[in-house]
Design a protein around this ligand. Structure first.
Ligand SMILES: [Zn+2]
Length: 304
């Protein structure tokens, strides 16, 4: 058993890493059986959704639709993005994933041009354990009239230390190579140092880009997301529930380094976590990296 306490380099949040082999998350092999229902996100059922804001057209119908969320967290500020016409698709099987990422950027730009908007989060919930109420692949864009807690904590550190905290952290991680999964032309893919969920992966641009609004390397990022989600599913199970979040600054704030998180939902939050706001993680990130690299090099999936 390994036991240590770790601080997230960006927020200062503490994590208890108590890695016990027998407490490893169970590999979920089952694919969730769905009850038949009329899916509002499937082609042909467009009239079941509110009038769309935006769509990406393909050769035979739409590829991506952006519609208002029927149950918005904040009215008029909350999009649902239908990721694909294919009800059964997921990140690794969406051929136009680059266009989906471009759509996120377009919607971020749209909301950041609205008066009163301070912060916009693009995120994706996949599977019931990740909060997805509809199985059809979709994402969400939520605009806020305030800065969220995590961003404020990160910004306080950036300002106090007056340096690019994530950039420096990335350099150290690349030297250590303990948690790095792979490196592409412009991005580093690594296990989170002080994760919020076991097997949390970060995708970090090598250069300091403050906001996803300034991103344009969508094909490269799409390929990384496909390969990383495939790898996690190969290891944790095809039925894996997970979240993806885009941690990005508003365009007017350049002192930040954006990154993408993939958070597999293989554990539940209990009373300890709620009572302390600290999290116990049952798999050390460096052990998770070793396990995932072993799957990768076993040839089950190719990370370039
Ligand atoms: Zn559907």
């Amino acid at each position: 058993m390994s036991f240590f306490i770790r601080e997230d380099p960006l927020t200062g949040s503490r994590r208890i890493i108590a890695s016990v082999r027998s407490r490893r998350p169970h590999v979920l092999k089952e694919v969730v059986e769905e009850e038949p229902f009329q899916c509002p996100f499937c082609p042909g059922n467009e009239s079941l959704t509110p009038r769309e804001f935006f769509r990406v057209e393909g050769n035979s119908g739409w590829l991506v639709r952006v519609i208002p969320n029927k149950f918005p967290a904040i009215p008029h500020m909350h999009d649902v993005v239908v990721d694909s016409p294919d009800h059964r698709a997921d990140i690794e099987s969406i051929p136009h994933l680059d266009k989906l990422l471009w759509t996120y950027k377009e919607r971020l730009v749209h909301y950041y041009n609205q008066e009163g908007v301070k912060y916009v989060l693009a995120f994706r919930n996949r599977g019931k354990k990740a909060g997805a109420s509809i199985p059809h692949p979709h994402s969400q864009i939520l605009a806020l009239p305030f800065y969220p807690k995590r961003f404020l904590e990160e910004k306080a550190r950036y300002e106090r230390e007056n340096r690019n905290i994530l950039g420096e952290f990335l350099r150290k991680e690349l030297e250590l190579q303990e948690r790095v999964l792979s490196v592409s032309k412009n991005f580093v893919i690594l296990m989170a140092y002080a994760p919020t969920t076991p097997y949390e992966v970060w995708i970090v641009p090598k250069d300091q880009i403050s906001s996803f609004v300034f991103e344009n390397r969508f094909e490269e990022l799409a390929q990384i997301l496909r390969e990383t989600v495939s790898l996690l599913k190969n290891f944790l199970g095809e039925g894996l529930s997970y979240n993806i979040t885009f941690q990005s600054a508003p365009p007017w704030d350049r002192d930040y380094h954006y990154y993408v998180r993939i958070l597999p939902r293989v554990s539940v939050i209990g009373g300890f976590e709620l009572g302390t706001e600290n999290i116990i993680i049952s798999v050390a990130p460096e052990e998770a990296a070793m396990e995932l690299r072993a799957v990768k090099y076993a040839g089950q999936t190719e990370l370039k």
